[in-house]
Design a binder for this molecule. Structure first.
Ligand code: ADP
Length: 257
């Protein structure tokens, strides 16, 4: 298994976990849109969902689970706009069925996703993690090994920042290359009057980055159309490329590259 894993991983240039200490801050939304923004910059991209208990990518990308098949080369990932995508959600027929798994099973599943999926040659593998610093990001960090990086997503308010700081310390403990912090849901521009409201405050992610000497990648504003995009399987950055949030996402990716 180790050999199979290594032979897959050596064809992937950059491995990037998208993490957060808190749920609901927009990790999956960022992972999907960053993957698309990377592809827009001409990169070959894979997107792996390791949120085993609550996979979001099938819904967010509107991908059909019936298309999964495998051959002697391994499991063929699904494709979205040229991005290779894998999620446990593609393998469960009944979406309402709970995945009841402990640490070792989760480790096995993540190992399989990395070693048995035919990722081919990639510039970036974006890994969407569940919230927190538990089994899934731990297994991913260990399996991806040296050189893997992490992007930490937060919202601006203190109640999120306290938990997100733990993600930073997780990355330091596991020697993950901390690529930077994204402050999501940072400000809301009223579509009617154009006034800016800081619903979840603003600047917290930037302050945290400075405090922990981590690069700050940018602020993504709240845009209600992002919720609709996620629910309808049509990623925001594709649907609204000229919006402020899409421009901010593209600028995050340029900083990452
Ligand atoms: P997580 O993966 O951290 O649990 P999600 O990516 O599932 O979070 O996002 C939670 C919800 O917030 C989703 O409905 C998503 O569409 C929405 N969302 C995320 N970022 C934004 C944003 N910048 N503006 C508006 N809605 C957002």
């Amino acid at each position: 298994m180790r050999q199979r894993l290594e032979s897959r991983l050596c064809k992937i240039d950059q491995k990037m976990l998208v993490m957060s200490g808190k749920g609901g801050v927009g990790k999956s939304t960022m992972a999907v849109n960053l993957a698309l923004a990377l592809a827009k910059e001409g990169k070959r991209v894979g997107l792996l969902d390791i949120d085993l208990h609550g996979p979001s990518l099938p819904t967010m990308l509107g991908l059909n689970k019936d298309q999964i098949f495998s051959n002697e080369e391994g499991i063929t990932p699904l494709e979205f706009e040229g991005i290779k995508v894998m999620s446990i959600g593609f393998m469960i027929q009944d979406d309402s069925q709970a995945m009841i798994m402990r640490g070792p099973m989760k480790h096995g599943a993540i190992q399989q996703f990395l070693a048995d999926v035919n990722w081919g040659e990639l510039d970036y593998l974006v890994v969407d993690c569940p919230p927190g610093t538990g089994d899934e990001p731990l297994s991913a960090a260990q399996l991806l090994g040296k050189g893997a990086g992490a992007v930490v997503v937060t919202t601006p308010q203190d109640v999120a920042l306290v938990d997100v700081e733990k993600s930073i310390s997780f990355c330091n403990e596991l020697n993950l290359n901390l690529l930077g912090v994204i402050e999501n849901m940072s400000g809301f521009i009223c579509p009617h009057c154009g006034e800016l409201s800081d619903i979840f405050k603003s600047g917290g992610g930037e302050t945290l980055s400075a405090k922990r000497s981590v690069p700050f990648l940018g602020k993504i504003p709240l845009d209600p159309r992002m919720v609709h995009s996620g629910d309808s399987g049509k990623p925001f950055i594709q649907e609204h490329p000229d919006s402020e949030a899409a421009q901010a996402l593209q600028s995050v990716v340029r900083k990452l590259i």
